[in-house]
Design a binder for this molecule. Structure first.
Ligand code: SF4
Ligand code: SF4
Length: 717
C-alpha cells in the first residue's frame, strides 16, 4: 500500500499529559494500546480499515510494545485469533466490517462465545448501516443475542469511545463473554479529542512470552458435552456478571432533564443525532444537555432490567430510539416492563421508521409525534415547518427536473485495469451470446453499473464460483464467474476453485490480478508484487504484476489445466481468450487471469516518482489519448464500451452538426484502453495517442522543430 500513515503512527505513541486530536477510529486504535492489548488482527473494510492499516504500518512500535499484529486472510481467521483469550490472560482485539464480516466470522464466534474467555476479547465492527453503506442492511445485534456476546454501542464522543474500549476489556473479563464494539460510519469518522494515557505494554507479549501452554481443560472446548454446560453458564453466570458490572461501573449514562415525567432511551451511537434533533425543538443545548431525561445505552446487550425499569417508573411515557430492524431492544424492554408490571407506555417503532438510518431529520419526525402526544406544551411548530419545508423542497425539485434525479453510481477509477476486461466481455458476448455472470465483491462489482450492466448475482466475497455451481449445469452456454485476487484469497480458492475441481464443474473463472485488495483500500496480499517489481514497472504505461505467480502456482497445484494469463489492457486478446474459454472442447474449470496493477495504487507510486524526475530536470514522457473532433461521428460507441470518466462528450464544433462529439478531458492517465477499444471493436479512427515529453533530449527537440516547420509550411499552402 502506497498510502503512508506516519502521522497516525506518531499519534499512537502519545502518552499521559497529552491530548489526542483526530478521528474516532484512530482514537479506538490508541485505546487498544492503552488497554494493554497483546494481539490485534482483522480483515479490512470500511469504516474500520484504518485501525488495521495503521497498526500494520506501526509494526516497529508494536514490536517494541510486544503487541502482535496480524493482517488476517478473512474475518473467520480474525475471529479464530480470539481463541488466544480462551485459556490465557491475553487481551485481544480484532476488527472487520459488519454485517458481512460478522457473517463470515460467525462459526468461530459461536465457538469462542461458548467456552468464553479469560482474557478480554474485543471485536471492533464497522456497522455499515444506513446512508453511505455498501453492504446488506442487517444488524450485528442479532449475533450478540444468539451467541451471548456483549454489544457496546458507545456515544460518539472520543473520550466515551476510548473509555468503552478500556471498559469493554474489563467487562469481557468480568463476564467471560467476548465483546463486540459497534461503530457506525459516523462514529468512525467523528472528530474530537481526549486526554491520553500511557500505552500499556502487555504482561504477556511477543517480548514476554508464556513459558508453558495451559494445562488441558476439556471445558474450554466448544464440544459436547461441555457445550450444554456453557449454555447454562451463559445464562446463570456470565450475563448476570455482565449486568452487575454495567450497573456498578456506570457504563450506561443517565442524564436528567427538566421534563422528568417523560424520557428517551437511546442507543449510544445515536446520541449525537438525537441531541441535534432536540436542538431543533429548543430542547437541548450545544453541550448535549437535554430537557428530556435520557438513558444512553453504551451497552445495548445485555440490557440491565433494573436500570431500564427504574428509568420507566414514574414516567408518563418513554421513547426508544433503536436504529434498524428487527426491533430487538424494544421487544426486550416491552417484555421486561410486562414482567415487572410497569405500565409506562413505551414508544419506538410506532413513531419512527422500522428500517433505515436514523438521521437527524428522521429522529425529529419521531420526536414530533412523541412530544405531540405526551408533552403537548412543547414548542413544535418550527420543527413541523422545517420538516414540511424539506418535504416540499424535495417535491418541488422532482417537479422541476421532470422525474427522479439521475442516479450517480460509483465507477472504476480512471485507467482501472478492470474496465478493459469488461469491454472485452461485452464484445465476446456479441459473438458467443449472453452468458450467466456470477459477480463478486470487489472493484469489479462496478461493472454491474452502466455502461457494462453485467452480473446476475453477488453471493458474498469470493463466492462467485461457488454461486455458479447450481446454475452452470442448467445452462447451454458456460457460465462466467468473476473474482478479484482479494476475493480469491478471502474465500474463493476454497469455496469456489477447490469445489469446482472436485466436482468437475465445467465453467469459466475470471480472476482480476491487480495486486491488492483494492476495494478495501489497496491492502497487500500474498500475491502482491514485491517493492522491486513495483519500482521496475513504474516506467511502463500499464504495468504487469506478473512477478508474483502465487495465484498461478496455486491453481496449477490444485490441478487447473486450462489456465491463461492475459494483460488486462489487451482488449482484443482478452476478447479472444474469453471466446476460447466459452467454446473450448475442454471440459472442466477454465481460468483466465486478467493481469494489470490497480491504477489507483500505481498512480500513487508513479506521480511522486515523476514529480521527482521533473524536479531533477530529467526527461519525462507521459501518454495521453485524445479524440479528433473533425473525425468523430458522434455515435459514442466508444463511451458505451469504456465508461472511463475522462472519455466524455462536448458540443460539436461543427455548426451544421447537432450531435455532441466525444472528447478526452484532463485526467486521462494514458492507460491505452481508448486505442485498444477502437481496434478491438473497429470503431471510427478518431482516437489519437499523444506522447508529451518534458525535458526532451536535444535530438527530440531537433526532430520536433523540423516537424513543426513542415506542418507550418503545409498550413501556408
Ligand atoms: S481501486 Fe484499483 S482496481 Fe479498484 S477501481 Fe480503482 S484502479 Fe480499479
Ligand atoms: S486512455 Fe482512454 S480509457 Fe484510458 S484513461 Fe485515457 S481516456 Fe480513460
Amino acid at each position: 500500500m502506497e498510502v503512508s500513515f506516519s502521522k497516525e503512527v506518531r499519534q499512537l505513541r502519545q502518552g499521559a499529559g497529552t491530548v489526542f486530536h483526530g478521528e474516532g477510529i484512530l482514537a479506538i486504535t490508541k485505546a487498544l494500546l492503552q488497554s494493554g492489548v497483546s494481539y490485534v488482527g482483522g480483515y479490512q473494510g470500511a469504516p474500520v480499515s484504518h485501525l488495521l492499516d495503521v497498526m500494520v504500518q506501526a509494526k516497529a512500535y508494536m514490536d517494541e510494545l510486544g503487541v502482535h499484529v496480524q493482517a488476517c486472510s478473512n474475518e473467520a481467521s480474525a475471529a479464530a485469533m480470539l481463541g488466544a483469550s480462551i485459556h490465557y490472560p491475553l487481551r485481544g482485539a480484532v476488527t472487520w466490517k459488519s454485517i458481512v464480516g460478522t457473517n463470515v466470522a460467525s462459526d468461530a464466534l459461536s465457538n469462542l462465545a461458548s467456552p468464553g474467555v479469560v482474557g478480554g476479547a474485543l471485536i471492533v465492527v464497522g456497522e455499515d448501516y444506513g446512508e453511505g453503506a455498501s453492504v446488506i442492511q442487517e444488524r450485528t445485534h442479532a449475533f450478540a443475542l444468539k451467541s451471548s456476546m456483549l454489544l457496546l454501542d458507545p456515544r460518539p464522543d472520543l473520550s466515551v469511545m476510548v473509555r468503552m474500549v478500556e471498559e469493554g476489556f474489563r467487562l469481557s473479563e468480568a463476564s467471560n463473554m467476548p465483546a463486540i464494539l459497534e461503530l457506525r460510519i459516523r462514529a468512525c469518522h467523528v472528530r474530537g479529542s481526549f486526554e491520553c494515557k500511557d500505552n500499556v505494554a502487555p504482561a504477556v507479549s511477543t517480548v514476554l512470552p508464556l513459558a508453558e501452554p495451559a494445562s488441558f481443560d476439556y471445558s474450554k472446548l466448544a464440544h459436547p458435552p461441555v457445550t450444554f454446560r456453557h449454555e447454562k453458564l451463559k445464562n446463570e453466570e456470565r450475563l448476570p456478571a455482565a449486568r452487575r458490572y454495567i450497573l456498578e461501573h456506570g457504563l450506561n449514562e443517565l442524564m436528567p432533564g427538566i421534563h422528568a415525567d417523560v424520557g428517551i432511551v437511546v442507543q449510544g451511537g445515536l446520541y449525537n443525532s438525537l441531541i441535534r434533533a432536540l436542538q431543533q425543538f429548543g430542547m437541548a443545548d450545544a453541550f448535549g444537555q437535554s430537557d428530556i431525561p435520557l438513558l444512553v445505552l453504551n451497552i445495548t446487550y445485555p440490557l440491565v432490567p433494573e436500570q431500564i425499569g427504574d428509568f420507566f417508573v414514574g414516567k408518563r411515557a418513554v421513547l426508544l430510539l433503536e436504529e434498524g430492524q428487527p426491533e430487538y431492544i424494544e421487544q426486550e424492554i416491552a417484555t421486561l416492563l410486562r414482567r415487572r408490571d410497569i405500565q409506562t407506555p413505551l414508544h419506538g417503532k410506532d413513531m419512527l421508521p422500522l428500517a433505515g438510518e436514523y438521521t437527524v431529520e428522521v429522529i425529529a419526525g419521531g420526536l414530533l409525534a412523541f412530544l405531540g402526544r405526551h408533552l403537548p406544551q412543547s414548542e413544535t411548530v418550527a420543527v413541523s415547518d422545517w420538516l414540511r419545508g424539506n418535504t416540499d423542497c424535495r417535491a418541488d425539485l422532482l417537479k422541476s427536473i421532470d422525474g427522479p434525479l439521475p442516479a450517480r453510481p460509483p465507477g472504476f477509477c480512471i485507467g482501472c485495469p478492470e474496465r478493459p476486461v469488461f469491454s472485452a466481455l461485452k464484445l465476446a458476448q456479441k459473438e458467443v451470446g449472453s452468458v450467466h455472470i456470477a459477480a463478486d465483491i470487489g472493484c469489479h462489482a462496478f461493472a454491474t453499473f452502466e455502461p457494462f450492466s453485467s452480473g446476475h448475482s453477488i453471493l458474498g466475497y469470493g463466492m462467485s464460483l461457488a454461486s455458479s455451481a447450481g446454475v452452470a449445469p442448467m445452462m447451454k452456454r458456460r457460465t462466467l464467474s468473476i473474482m478479484g485476487d482479494g476475493g480469491f484469497w478471502h474465500n474463493g480458492l476454497i469455496t469456489g476453485v477447490q469445489s469446482a475441481l472436485f466436482n468437475a464443474d465445467d465453467s469459466v473463472l475470471l480472476i482480476f490480478k491487480n495486486g491488492y485488495t483494492s476495494a478495501t483500500g489497496t491492502q497487500e496480499i500474498i500475491s502482491t508484487p514485491d517493492d522491486k517489481a513495483r519500482a521496475s514497472s513504474a516506467d511502463k504505461l500499464a504495468s504487469m504484476t506478473d512477478t508474483n505467480q502465487t495465484i498461478e502456482a496455486t491453481l496449477k497445484g490444485l490441478g487447473v489445466s486450462w489456465l491463461r494469463t492475459v494483460h488486462a489492457y489487451r482488449v482484443d486478446e482478452m476478447r479472444r481468450t474469453l471466446i476460447d474459454a466459452f467454446t473450448s472442447p475442454v471440459v472442466g474449470l477454465k481460468v483466465i487471469i486478467a493481469e494489470g496493477e490497480c491504477q489507483l495504487e500505481r498512480q500513487r507510486r508513479v506521480k511522486p516518482w515523476l514529480a521527482g524526475l521533473l524536479k531533477r530536470g530529467k526527461r519525462v514522457q507521459r501518454v495521453r489519448y485524445g479524440v479528433d473532433e473533425d473525425v468523430c461521428n458522434g455515435d459514442h460507441a466508444c463511451i458505451r464500451l469504456s465508461g472511463c470518466p475522462t472519455l466524455t462528450i462536448k458540443d460539436n464544433p461543427d455548426p451544421l452538426k447537432v450531435d455532441p462529439v466525444a472528447t478526452v478531458i484532463d485526467g486521462c492517465v494514458g492507460c491505452g484502453l481508448c486505442g485498444e477499444n477502437a481496434h478491438a471493436a473497429t470503431l471510427c479512427p478518431s482516437f489519437y495517442r499523444a506522447e508529451i515529453v518534458t525535458n526532451a533530449a536535444w535530438h527530440e527537440r531537433l526532430v520536433d522543430a523540423l516537424r513543426s516547420s513542415v506542418v507550418r509550411s503545409l498550413e501556408r499552402q
